[in-house]
Write a new protein. Structure first.
Length: 572
C-alpha cells in the first residue's frame, strides 16, 4: 500500500480537474469492499443452513476472504506503483465483481469459500489504489477533505452492512435470500468499473519497489500453517500433522525475517522493511491492530451465531442489534481524529477499556427473552470505545515513521488488521464451538425437571416422562458435539419418535431443547467474552508502550527526505 504523491499528471497542469468525481468512484469501490466485510456476519447462519455447512466451513467463509486480503495488500500496492494504479484498480474491481457473482451463485460451501478467497485477492488489488490515487491527484490542502470522505464511507458501511444483511435475509429480496448479500455487489461493481475507466486518471510511482514474491510465499505459508489447524482441528480430531504445522508456523516466519533482511540489503524492497520495527511504537502498533481486530471480529461472529442459532433471532433482529454499535463508533471516530493529537496513546488505552466494559455489559444482559433495550446499551458503549482505537492506532503507530517508509508502514498496518480478522475468525473453533459441548450437560440438566413436569401435565405417565427425558439427554449432548448443528444425531431417533406421537409432548420437548440450546450458547458466549476482554486489556497495556508525541497521519502522504534516493536504488 502506498500513499506517495508521485503520479503521471504533470505538476504544471495543476490539480486533476475531475478529481472529486474520481473520488466518488473510488469511494464507491471502498464502500463495496467494506460492506462485504460487515454484511456477511449477519448472513452467515443462513448460509450455513442453506449449504448444509458445518461450523468450520462457516469460519472459512470469513477467514478465506480476510486472509487473502491481508496477504495481498502490500503486493497489490506495489503492483499499482509499478504497473499503474488505475490499471490495477480496474483489474481488482472487475475481479471483485466476478467473484461476488460466483459467491451469489455458489452451489456448495466449497465453491463459496473459493470465491471468497478470490474476493480477498481482488480487494488486495483494489483497495491499496484508493488512497494512493487520492494522494496523487489531490493537492495537499484538499487531502484532509478527501480522507474525511473516506472515513465517512467507512462509517456508513459499518451501519449499512448489518442492516442490509438483515433486510436481504429476513425479507428474501427477489427470492435470493443470503445470496443477495453478494449479488448486490454486481451492479455496483459494473457501474464503478465503467465510471473508473472514464474518470480516474492513471498514476504510478517514478521509482516503484520490486516485488517480493518469495516474501509473500513465506508469510502465506506461515499463516496457513497456523490458521488451518485452528479452524479444522476440532472437526479432524487434532491429528499429529496439525500439531506439527502449528509448531512449524513460527519457524517459517523466522525464515521470512532472514529473507527480508537479505532482500533489504540487496535492493531495499522486502515485503515489510524490517527497519520499520525499529521505529518507536511501530511494533507495538502492529500488534495492537492485530490483537484488536482479532478480538473484534471474533466478538462480532460470536454474537451473530449465538443470537441466531442459540436464541433463535431473525437476521433482521440481529442486524438491528448491531446498529447501536455502529452509531457509537461513528460518534467517536470523528472526534478521535482531533483528540489523538492531544491524548496520544492514552486515547487508545481508554478506548480499549471502554470497549471491554461495553462487551461485559452486553454479556451480562444477554439471556433468553432479553429485549433490544437491555442489550443495546452495552453494544453502544463498546462502539464508543472502538472509535477511540481503530483510527488513532494507525496515527500513533506511525508517529515516528519516516516519510520514505510511509507506504510500507500503512500497508503493513492495514495487513495486520486483515490478518487479525482472519485469526479471530479461525479462533472461534477453539474458543466458541469446542466449549459448546462442555456446556451442554449443565444446560440440559437445568431444564430436565421442568421438562418432566410438562410431560406429566401433557398426560405422560411419570415413569415414561423420566424415560423420555433420559433418552433426550444423550441426544442433546451429541447435538452439541456435531460439526453441523442441522444434522440430527443417531441418538435422537428414539426420543424424537416418542415425542412426535403426541403434539403436546412434542411441544414440551421442543421447548426444553430450545431453552437448553439457548443456555448452552449464552453460557459459552459469556466465557468467550473473557477472551475478547483479555485481548482488549493487552491492547490497552501495549498502547502505553507507544510514542507519547503524535504527528498527524496526513503527513504520511508527503515525500520524506531521502525517499527519491531509496526508490532510485530499488529501481537500479
Amino acid at each position: 500500500m502506498t500513499t506517495t504523491a508521485e503520479n503521471t499528471v504533470p505538476p504544471e497542469s495543476g490539480p486533476y480537474p475531475k478529481r472529486w468525481l474520481a473520488l466518488g468512484v473510488l469511494l464507491a469501490a471502498a464502500f463495496m469492499d467494506l460492506l462485504d466485510v460487515t454484511i456477511v456476519n449477519i448472513a452467515l447462519p443462513d448460509i450455513r443452513n442453506d449449504l448444509s455447512a458445518g461450523y468450520a466451513a462457516s469460519q472459512w467463509v470469513v477467514t478465506a476472504y480476510t486472509l487473502a486480503f491481508g496477504l495481498g495488500l502490500i503486493t497489490g500496492g506495489r503492483m499499482g506503483d509499478r504497473y499503474g494504479r488505475k490499471r490495477i484498480f480496474l483489474l481488482g474491481i472487475g475481479l471483485f465483481t466476478l467473484s461476488s457473482l460466483l459467491c451469489g451463485l455458489a452451489p456448495s460451501v466449497e465453491v463459496l469459500v473459493t470465491a471468497r478467497a478470490v474476493q480477498g485477492i481482488a480487494s488486495a488489488l483494489m483497495v491499496p489504489q484508493i488512497m494512493a490515487t487520492v494522494y496523487a491527484i489531490f493537492p495537499g490542502n484538499e487531502r484532509g477533505g478527501a480522507s474525511g470522505a473516506y472515513g465517512a464511507v467507512t462509517g456508513l458501511a459499518a451501519v449499512a452492512g448489518p442492516l442490509l444483511g438483515g433486510v436481504f435475509v429476513a425479507y428474501d429480496v427477489l427470492g435470493l435470500g443470503w445470496r443477495a448479500v453478494f449479488l448486490v455487489n454486481v451492479p455496483i461493481g459494473v457501474a464503478a468499473l465503467f465510471a473508473a475507466s472514464v474518470l480516474v486518471p492513471e498514476t504510478k510511482s517514478d521509482f516503484p519497489l520490486r516485488m517480493d514474491i518469495l516474501g509473500v510465499v513465506l508469510v502465506s505459508a506461515s499463516l496457513l500453517l497456523l490458521l488451518y489447524p485452528l479452524v479444522q482441528g476440532r472437526t479432524s480430531g487434532w491429528p499429529a500433522w496439525m500439531v506439527i504445522a502449528l509448531i512449524a508456523a513460527p519457524v517459517v516466519m523466522v525464515g521470512y525475517a532472514l529473507h527480508a533482511r537479505a532482500k533489504e540489503r540487496r535492493d531495499h524492497s522486502s515485503l515489510v522493511p524490517l527497519r520499520l520495527f525499529g521505529q518507536p511504537g511501530f511494533s507495538a502498533g502492529t500488534i495492537v491492530l492485530f490483537v484488536f481486530d482479532a478480538t473484534m471480529i471474533g466478538f462480532f461472529l460470536a454474537i451473530s451465531l449465538t443470537l441466531q442459532i442459540g436464541l433463535g433471532y431473525s437476521a433482521m433482529r440481529t442486524g438491528l442489534l448491531f446498529l447501536p454499535w455502529a452509531i457509537g463508533a461513528g460518534l467517536t471516530s470523528g472526534a478521535a481524529d482531533g483528540l489523538v493529537g492531544k491524548l496520544g496513546r492514552h486515547l487508545l488505552t481508554a478506548g480499549a477499556l471502554v470497549m471491554a466494559a461495553g462487551m461485559l455489559w452486553f454479556s451480562m444482559a444477554l439471556e433468553p427473552g432479553a429485549s433490544w433495550y437491555e442489550l443495546a446499551p452495552g453494544l453502544f458503549l463498546a462502539g464508543i470505545g472502538m472509535g477511540g482505537v481503530i483510527g488513532p492506532a494507525f496515527t500513533v503507530a506511525g508517529a515516528h515513521v519516516e516519510g520514505r517508509d510511509a507506504g510500507a508502514a500503512a500497508g503493513s498496518l492495514s495487513a495486520a488488521v486483515q490478518l487479525g480478522n482472519a485469526t479471530g475468525a479461525a479462533l472461534l473453533g477453539v474458543l466458541l464451538f469446542t466449549p459448546l459441548a462442555n456446556a451442554a450437560p449443565d444446560a440440559y440438566d437445568g431444564h430436565d425437571k421442568q421438562l418432566r413436569s410438562e410431560l406429566i401435565a401433557a398426560g405422560t405417565p411419570a415413569a415414561e416422562a423420566r424415560e423420555l427425558s433420559g433418552e433426550l439427554r444423550p441426544c442433546f449432548l451429541d447435538y452439541a458435539k456435531e460439526e453441523n448443528p442441522d444434522k440430527q444425531p443417531a441418538s435422537c431417533g428414539t426420543a424424537f419418535a416418542k415425542a412426535g406421537s403426541d403434539p403436546k409432548v412434542q411441544q414440551a420437548v421442543d421447548k426444553a431443547v430450545d431453552a437448553s440450546r439457548a443456555d448452552m450458547f449464552t453460557d459459552t458466549f459469556g466465557r468467550f467474552v473473557w477472551f475478547t476482554v483479555s485481548g482488549l486489556v493487552v491492547v490497552a497495556l501495549l498502547a502505553q508502550t507507544m510514542p507519547r508525541e503524535v504527528r498527524g497521519y496526513e503527513s504520511w502522504g508527503e515525500e520524506g527526505e531521502g525517499e527519491e534516493k531509496d526508490r532510485a536504488e530499488a529501481k537500479s
